[in-house]
Structure formats: C-alpha cells, structure tokens
Design a binder for this molecule. Structure first.
Ligand code: UDP
Ligand code: MG
Length: 311
C-alpha cells in the first residue's frame, strides 16, 4: 500500500477568537477533498482574548487539531517558527488565521508541489488597501529589497506558502533571532514557483500588524538579507564629502582670486557640517550592527512554550 501523504497547516493566531472557528471549518471542509492525512497546528501567540479557549475546544474534539500556546506575544515570525519546528507533514503550509489566505488556493499549491516544486509561494495580485502608509510603504520596500537584497526574495508574497519538509529541515536549523522567514525560505535555494491569488480583506477584527511591527519586519528583511544600509551610509558619506570639498574649493578660490575675506567661523562651519554628518552616519550604521550582535549574543530562545496539546 502506498504511504499516505501528510499535510501540516500552520496558523499563528493573535487575538483571533472570531476567526478561529471559521478557518477551522474551512480547513476541515477543504481537507476532505485531499484524501490524505493532515494536521492543523495553531500557535496561540499570547492572545488576550478567548482564542485559547477556542483552541482548547477544537483540539478536544478533533485530534488532528493541535495547538502550541506561547507564554506571551512573541510576534508573527516567532510564532510561525514555533509551528514550523513541530510540523510533521511532508508538505507544510503556513497561512494567516483571518481567512485572508483562502484554503482553496492551497489546492493549487499542492498541485505545484506534486509537480516537483519544493517551495510554492502564494503571490498577491492585488495590493494592500488597508492603510495608505502600509500600502505605499510596502510597495516601496519591495522595490528596494528586490534591487539590493543579496538573494532573490520574491515580491508581493507574504507568509502564505507551501514548503516541502526538506526545506523545513533547513529552516529549522537556522538559529538566527531576527527572523524574516520569507527570506530564509528563499535563501535555501530550493526549486520554487508561484500561485497567484486575490487577497480578500481580513474577515474579523483588526490587523495585528501595526505599522511598528511591519517596520520591524521590514528592517529585519533589509538588514539580514542586504547590505543596502551600509551602502546608504557610504553613499551619504561620499555625497557629504563631495559637497564639502566643493564649498571648500569655492571659498579658497574666492579668497585667493577675488581677495574676499572669509571669517574663520565660515571655514569651520563648512568643515563641521561635513564631518559631524559623516560621523553620525557611521555611528548609526555601527549601532545597527552592534544591535544585531547583541541580539545574537544573548542567545535567548526564540519563544517559550507553555504547553502543547495533541502531539
Ligand atoms: N499574528 C501573530 N502575532 C502577532 C501578530 C499577528 O501571531 O503579534 C498572526 C495573526 O493572528 C495572523 C497573522 O499573524 O494570523 C497575520 O497577521 P495580520 O492578519 O494582522 O497581518 P496582515 O494580514 O494585516 O499583514
Ligand atoms: Mg491578515
């Protein structure tokens, strides 16, 4: 008899009490057409509402439903990492809890996986419309990252994707603490493809990705996968030196040829502006790297699990 395939659905949930029952129903419904085994792993990322109660209820009734309960809110990427670590499927699908990542798209992803692709990204055809700042911000960000990242991180994809268990094995080996999973997945270099879809609006509740959280995620992507911040400092440094020299040459020329007298403070202020700006830029860059070193050196676990059910 042919071994049955097992699928893992990984769903981080932060204050999703209203969405958990619906996504559960959708996945159970969807899984019926798979004719294979599956597990659904929720990660309760320190929710302050009744999400945990909902998960307890679901996991009591159905042994395919598992949950990991984190001790506090560790953030989306950490929660997702926890789920990926304990997933036991042959193909692992990560998705949002709010039904913005429709289970129906998963069918297409599975087909691609069966064709032999190890990573299948769901690519959004429409752009975020929730918030002007988020929208333009992420457009600009992806363009920048696409240009400067040292690996090819696909555009317009979130964390809705399917990965083969061998990709997962690599991801789970990575100890880094500032986690940008879509970059890490791309970094493994396994064969990938895309499934396009229209991303619907969040079903219930508010987006938990505040602009602050989004910015942190973006910074992690930039600093972990590109040298753009370094180059930016370098560029600004060069520009300031060039401007400084132009001003300086002008003053020298003016005072020698036209015999104009320049007060000492004028000379000094030109120099001061240049070098102070230069120094600040360098300090900022060094600071970012020190921050990173600090983060790694602390070597804290990524998350703390309070309890795990049905494993
Ligand atoms: N999420 C999480 N921890 C957080 C923030 C979000 O686990 O600190 C989960 C959330 O429950 C959802 C997913 O991450 O399943 C994506 O979050 P959200 O829908 O708020 O982001 P958006 O779709 O607006 O990018
Ligand atoms: Mg969402």
């Amino acid at each position: 008899m042919k071994n049955k395939i097992k699928y893992s659905f990984i769903i981080p949930a932060y204050n999703e009490e209203l969405n958990i029952p619906s996504i559960y129903k959708r996945i159970v419904e969807f899984s019926k057409q798979l004719h294979d085994t599956w597990e659904l792993i929720f990660i309760n990322d320190g929710s302050t509402d009744n999400s945990l109660k909902e998960l307890v209820k679901l996991s009591d009734n159905n042994k395919n439903i598992k949950y990991i309960n984190l001790s506090r809110n560790f953030g989306h990427q950490a929660a997702l990492s926890a789920g990926l670590k304990y997933a036991s499927g042959d193909a692992v699908i990560s998705m949002d809890c709010d039904l913005q990542d429709p289970p129906e798209v998963v069918k297409k992803m599975i087909d691609k996986w069966k064709e032999g692709f190890d990573i299948v990204y769901a690519r959004r055809q429409n752009f975020r419309k929730d918030n002007f700042i988020k929208k333009t911000g992420s457009k600009f960000y992806y363009r920048l990252l696409g240009k400067f990242a040292n690996i090819n991180i696909p555009r317009n994809v979130g964390d809705f994707r399917l990965v083969d268990k061998k990709v997962l094995r690599e991801i789970n080996k990575m100890p880094e603490h500032s986690r940008y999973l879509r970059g890490m997945v791309a970094w493994t270099g396994y064969k990938h493809t895309f499934v396009d879809y229209f991303r619907p609006d969040r079903q219930q509740g508010e987006s938990n990705y505040t602009i602050g959280k989004l910015a942190t995620l973006g910074m992690d992507g930039m600093f972990n996968f590109s040298v753009l911040p370094l180059r930016l400092g370098f560029l600004l440094g060069i520009i300031s030196i060039v401007i400084g020299f132009i001003l300086l040459t002008y003053q020298i020329f003016d005072s020698v040829v036209n015999n104009i007298y320049y007060h000492l403070y004028k000379w000094l202020s030109v120099m001061l502006f240049i070098f102070m700006g230069f120094l600040f830029m360098l300090m900022w860059i060094i600071g970012e790297y020190i921050g990173k070193i600090y983060d790694e050196v602390r070597d804290r676990p990524l998350y703390v699990i309070e309890n795990m059910i049905n494993f």
